[in-house]
Design a protein around this ligand. Structure first.
Ligand code: CO
Length: 210
């Protein structure tokens, strides 16, 4: 049997990092993993971009067990996406999260590629809804002379659009009808400063729009 920790392909380093991390967490809070293995009770669902520079837990300083996470290219909530909708349904109906936070980020390459109509392959099909958001907001976006600023504004508009998609789901509507606490937040994250910024007041049962 080979010892993966001696593997020089790179995975050995990851396993070493993992062992050190697990030891450090357990040293700081003995019994932490045993407690987590028994149950998870996160209050938050994070829907964000797959971008490696936007690591959900780290950005908001949350430990394992505190954040339920779904990520895809350009943080899309598409109403025919069984993966995303299953995550939302499980989070709301079973875990009973109290907040869903849709987090876009400035400089998103998925959003930029949609704006430029790049030909990248299958992913072009995935990010096509961003193009629709661009076309719906063409007047505002075309008035922004600099491409980076235009893409950043489209990143914001994309988040707002995805939150609206989420608000239209039966999952969210039913949760509100039965009186479950569920607040939906639209946020954008800055790669350049590490700061997360709300784009609108949260949508709640009492104020169900963004
Ligand atoms: Co991105």
């Amino acid at each position: 049997m080979c010892d993966a920790a001696d593997d020089d392909s790179g995975i050995g380093q990851l396993l070493k990092n993992n062992a050190e991390w697990a030891e450090a967490v357990e040293a700081e809070e003995p019994g932490f993993f045993g407690m987590l293995a028994a149950q998870q009770a996160p209050k938050w669902l994070w829907i964000g971009c797959s971008d490696s520079r936007v690591p959900a837990n780290e950005i908001v300083g949350m430990k394992p067990g505190e954040l339920f996470v779904h990520r895809n290219v350009a943080n899309l909530v598409q109403l025919a996406d069984l993966n995303c909708l299953s995550v939302v349904q499980f989070a709301v109906d079973v875990l009973k999260v109290e907040h869903i936070i849709v987090v876009g980020h400035y400089g998103c390459s998925g959003v930029r590629s949609a704006a430029r109509k790049d030909r990248l392959g299958l992913v072009d099909h995935w990010i096509r809804p961003v193009r629709d958001t661009l076309e719906e907001n063409a007047e505002e976006l075309n008035a922004i002379p600099n491409e980076a600023d235009r893409v950043d504004r489209l990143c914001e508009l994309n988040v707002l659009r995805q939150v609206r998609n989420l608000l239209h789901t039966q999952i969210v509507q039913d949760a509100w009808v039965r009186g479950q606490k569920l607040d939906i937040h639209a946020m954008v994250y800055g790669l350049k400063d590490g700061r997360m910024k709300p784009l609108a007041p949260p949508a709640t049962a009492a104020n169900p729009r963004i």
